[in-house]
Unconditional design. Structure first.
Length: 232
C-alpha cells in the first residue's frame, strides 16, 4: 500500500510541474513560490508526525476513502484543463464559459500537491535527525523554489510540442485515478472466487461503451465534414 501511495505522490508531483509548462513565466514563479512557502511554514506541523502514525493512517479505510474524494476532484480539474487546452491548441472558438473554465483549471495547482510536499518535508526531517527542523524546512522550500522551475524548463526543452505534453498529462491523470481506486480498496478486495455473472452491470458497461463509441464516431465525422467543407 505504501508503494502505491508513493507512486501516486510521484505522479502528482510530475503532473504539477508538467501543468506549469503551460503558464507564463510569472505564473510559474508565483505557483512555485506558493509551494515553497507552504513547505517552509509547515515545519512545526511536520515535526509532530511519526512513521508509526503515518503507517496507521494508510491502514485506515475511512481516511483512504476521504483521500480518494480529493483525488477524484484533483483528476477532474486536471482532465478539464486538458480538454480546454486541447480546444485552445486546436484554435477552436472559446465561449465565455470555456474561458472561465480554462482560467480556473489553469490556475488550480491541485489539492494533492500540498499533502505530497508535506510528506516530502516529513521524510526529510526523519532522514536528518539532530538537525534544526526550521532550517531543514526552509532549505527544502528553497530546493522546491529552485528545482521546480528547473524541471519545468527541462520538460519544455525535452518535449517542446504542446500536444505531446498535453497527452502525457492526460495519461498521467488517468493512471493516477486508477491507482487511487487501488489505494481506496486498501487490501479489502475480495479474493474469493465466484461463478456468478452480474448481467445487469455487464450490460450497463457495454451500453456505456457503445454509446461512447458511437458518440465519438459521430463527433469525429462531424468535425471531418466541417474541415472538408472549410477547405473547399
Amino acid at each position: 500500500m505504501e508503494i502505491v501511495i508513493v507512486i501516486i505522490m510521484l505522479l502528482v508531483g510530475f503532473n504539477f510541474v508538467l501543468k506549469l509548462t503551460y503558464h507564463n513565466l510569472l505564473g510559474k514563479l508565483l505557483t512555485c513560490a506558493v509551494a515553497a512557502l507552504f513547505v517552509g511554514l509547515m515545519w512545526e506541523e511536520a515535526t509532530t508526525q511519526s512513521k508509526t502514525q503515518i503507517s496507521d493512517w494508510l491502514n485506515r479505510p475511512e481516511l483512504m476513502l476521504d483521500t480518494s474524494v480529493l483525488l477524484t476532484v484533483d483528476v477532474f480539474f486536471q482532465v478539464a484543463f486538458c480538454v480546454m487546452m486541447a480546444k485552445k491548441l486546436a484554435n477552436e472558438r472559446f465561449t465565455r464559459v470555456d474561458s472561465v473554465i480554462y482560467t480556473v483549471t489553469l490556475w488550480f495547482p491541485g489539492l494533492l500537491i500540498f499533502p505530497t510536499l508535506f510528506a516530502l518535508l516529513v521524510e526529510i526531517i526523519f532522514s536528518f535527525p539532530g538537525t534544526d527542523f526550521a532550517t531543514l524546512a526552509w532549505c527544502t522550500a528553497a530546493a522546491v523554489m529552485i528545482l521546480a522551475p528547473a524541471i519545468i524548463f527541462g520538460i519544455k526543452w525535452l518535449l517542446p510540442e504542446n500536444d505531446l505534453r498535453l497527452e502525457l498529462m492526460f495519461m498521467i491523470n488517468a493512471l493516477t485515478a486508477i491507482l487511487g481506486v487501488i489505494a481506496t480498496v486498501n487490501g479489502r478486495t475480495a479474493v474469493k472466487g465466484t461463478n456468478s455473472v452480474e448481467w445487469d452491470a455487464l450490460l450497463g458497461i457495454l451500453a456505456i461503451l457503445s454509446i461512447g463509441t458511437i458518440a465519438g464516431l459521430l463527433i469525429n465525422k462531424r468535425k471531418t465534414s466541417k474541415l472538408i467543407s472549410h477547405i473547399k
